[in-house]
Design a protein around this ligand. Sequence first.
Ligand code: NI
Ligand code: MN
Length: 226
Amino acid sequence: MKITYYGHSCFGFEINGKKLLFDPFISPNPLAKDIDVESIEADYILISHAHEDHIADAEAIAKRTGAKIISSFEITTHYNKLGIENTHPMNIGGGWDFDFGRVTMTEAVHSSSFPDGSYGGSPAGFVIESKEKTFYYAGDTALFSDMKLIQERFNPVFALLPIGDNFTMDLTDALKAADFLNIQQIIGMHYDTFGFIEIDKEKSLKEAEQAGKDLLLMNIGETKTF
Ligand code: NI
Ligand code: MN
């Protein structure tokens, strides 16, 4: 599978020939100013929760590409009202088989409201099972011990975890999450985008190394094959 980083918590995945886009927040992100949002292709857009820093470009990309939005019932209903019919509503604990693999919506310890304050459903993460690899995209969350259940049930090989602190867990908790998940490889997200979540990258990489984990901090625009 191929992974492209678009900044903040936004990643593009190519899995079994299908293109997935997680939490599109690109055009308002000054760190992602070199990304051409118009050139991003998607078959599916997965949205973890309704905060602006996870949905900003979702409507435009969904309308341009015709991608199916996979998210909580409350979020897909919001996009239905904006004229986007191609949606798949889910809720925490449920899974569905798509043509690229199976998506299970997991809990996230966070909040979820749209920019206007309206209710955005429960915040979520996703486990993606595919013929290629199984991985866990945590969304915005605190550390929670039920990540052990995600390990037992799905046994992901890597995880995308927030590490920016203040609004989510920090790296120290993400390293504990990696223990709960029994994974070696963490892909960091939700850091450096704005003042509250700036991190010292060198220090973070050192801390991960000392904990015996591989922390990957991708460059914005970079693509890696996993
Ligand atoms: Ni959030
Ligand atoms: Mn966020």
